[in-house]
Design a protein around this ligand. Structure first.
Ligand code: HEM
Length: 132
């Protein structure tokens, strides 16, 4: 079984990796490259949803949360989930509204999504303790 710090470090690497994709997708749309924005964000969507579902399954069925994580880590995880769950709820709205060209909804939710994603990034990468 993986240790708490191993799980957290893996989560951090994944969050940084998908954030690079999302940042690239924003740069793409800023330059009017709609198709590229759509492709990068489709990859971002698949990888992020896989991470969220995989992480949830791991915590629910494969590790004993109270034995694996310190109280400090559990508190930091709870705060992280306050941002990660709204991000995961908004993602299907983003992919659907983008693909259907519901531009107003897409851009409005996109701004909200960017805020909760910044929260996911900051609480995931800087606040979660991965040093045992
Ligand atoms: C701040 C965040 C975002 C902004 C400002 C933004 C903006 C846009 C704009 C302006 C378009 C063109 C819409 C049209 O012409 O009808 C677009 C298309 C699209 N967006 Fe986004 N978007 C954002 C985030 C996302 C996210 C998070 C996803 C998916 C997870 C996404 C997926 C797509 C897709 C699939 C398309 C269609 C691309 C195509 O036509 O080939 N976008 N976006």
């Amino acid at each position: 079984m993986p240790t708490g710090p191993q799980i957290i470090l893996t989560l951090k690497v994944l969050v940084v990796a998908v954030s690079v994709l999302f940042a690239a997708a924003i740069v793409a749309i800023a330059f009017g490259r709609k198709k590229l924005h759509g492709r990068l964000n489709t990859a971002f969507f698949i990888l992020t949803m896989t991470t969220v579902v995989g992480f949830e399954l791991l915590l629910r069925f494969f590790v004993d949360v109270s034995a694996t994580f310190s109280e400090e880590a559990r508190q930091a995880l709870r705060i992280h989930l306050c941002f990660a769950i709204p991000s995961a709820v908004l993602l299907p709205v983003m992919i659907l509204s983008g693909a259907r060209h519901w531009k107003k909804l897409h851009v409005t939710c996109g701004l909200l999504f960017t805020l909760v994603w910044i929260g996911t990034f900051v609480t995931g990468v800087f606040f979660l303790p991965h040093d045992g």
